[in-house]
Design a protein around this ligand. Structure first.
Ligand SMILES: N[C@@H](CCC(=O)N[C@@H](CS)C(=O)NCC(=O)O)C(=O)O
Ligand SMILES: [Fe+2]
Length: 370
């Protein structure tokens, strides 16, 4: 049994529909907003009941139709837990099984293109999103991407699947439709026979242009493709501040970080991160200051090394106090620095009174226990 493969020419994105032939329960993987009418027509034509929309990651080049499909069909939305797609009803973790009728699909965490990216195994097929592409792989230069993580996901996770597994990629820019684990393990130009060092050098040398729609697509995809409501618009605004570039919500900081516009620096101590939780992929650079201490050389050097020219820096602490001091120091060092309002923890009581959620964790952005 084969998946239904659908193509969006504007973004070269593949969308897949798989289903149980008896119950007609279906799953759609990586649907594209411009193609929602086409996909609804496919579901009608095959007589399918859509149970789940599933994302492989928060896309930078197109907007998902997951939210639209959920409204039209009553499907539920699922997305990898590490992608910060806070509106998804089901936050998928590694090895989680999604059932539809008598069929099932298993999520594999395959970071590299983004930190949260996942692939999905169904029967002898694997949907690899932008992790493994045909004779290539997803880029690793933005959105918390990592060439090291990509190398591990390719060689230690995907290439360990049976050789006969059919590979269905998230994109192909040359009209190819599918491949196999054997063909990619033995012949993939970026990774086959390459050491980690060779692979990271290849990835660092790609110099691909920024996706044209990244600034619009990433924030929209973090809410299943449904644009922000009035409250959300407010959360997208930069509030002016004195001594640094401004205050931003955790949600806005997260979308800048995901799109590669900003570096996220966590100024809490290692002990705090271990106790309370950390943000995977954030630069850890403790802000230590006590009365009479004028200079913080470790912090200055660390910040200079972490923030490339032309990028913003967004600073995170526990409650939004130390991050203000750190943002002022970063500004003195010549950086465009922003403070994340209410920090990692937010203030549950104050926010409950205002009927709002503040801070990284209360807004449901990705984090892990230390
Ligand atoms: N040119 C496309 C973006 C192409 C692109 O960057 N594609 C990403 C996937 S979202 C990628 O990983 N490409 C890998 C490659 O081209 O090798 C656009 O402007 O939208
Ligand atoms: Fe992508």
């Amino acid at each position: 049994m084969q998946p239904i493969q659908l193509f969006d020419p504007a973004s070269s994105t593949y969308t897949y529909i798989i289903f149980d032939e008896t119950t007609r329960d279906a799953v759609i993987i990586d649907p594209v907003d411009e193609q929602v009418e086409r996909d609804l027509a496919q579901l009608r034509q095959y007589g399918l009941k859509l149970l789940w929309t599933v994302e492989t990651h928060a896309h930078a080049d197109h907007i998902t139709s997951a939210g639209l499909l959920a409204e039209h069909t009553g499907a539920q939305t699922a997305a990898p837990q590490g992608c910060g797609i806070t509106t998804a009803a089901l936050q998928l973790v590694h090895n989680q099984v999604l059932r539809f009728g008598g069929e099932s699909m298993t999520a594999l965490h395959t970071p590299g293109h983004t930190a949260g990216s996942m692939s999905f195994v169904w029967r002898d097929h694997v949907f690899t999103g932008d992790t493994l592409l045909i004779n290539g792989c997803g880029r690793t230069d933005f959105q918390s991407g990592s060439a090291e993580a990509m190398y591990h996901s390719l060689t230690q996770v995907l290439f360990k699947l049976p050789d006969t597994t059919t590979v269905w990629p998230g994109h192909d820019y040359q009209g190819r439709t599918h491949s196999s684990i054997a063909a990619e393990r033995m012949g993939n130009a970026r990774v086959a026979g390459k050491s980690l060092e060779e692979f990271t050098a290849i990835m660092a040398g790609l110099h691909l242009p920024r996706p044209k729609r990244i600034d619009e697509a990433v924030p929209a995809n973090l809410s299943s493709g449904i644009r922000h409501d009035a409250d959300g618009v407010d959360a997208q605004a930069v509030r002016p501040a004195t001594g640094y570039a401004g205050d931003v919500s955790a949600a806005l900081a997260h979308s800048w970080w995901q799109s590669g516009e900003a570096v996220l620096v966590d100024v809490r101590t290692d002990a705090e991160r271990e106790w309370v939780g950390f943000v995977p992929g954030a630069v850890a650079l403790a802000w230590k200051q006590w009365p009479g201490m004028a200079m913080n050389p470790g912090f200055d050097d660390g910040l200079r090394a972490a923030v490339p020219a032309g990028k913003k820096v967004v600073l995170l602490c526990r409650s939004g106090v130390r991050s203000v001091a750190a943002a002022k120091r970063a500004t003195e060092l010549g950086l465009e620095a922003y403070n994340i309002l209410e920090g990692f923890e937010g203030d549950p009581d104050a926010n409950a009174q205002r009927g709002k959620k503040g801070g990284w964790r209360l807004q449901g952005l990705p984090w892990r226990q230390g």
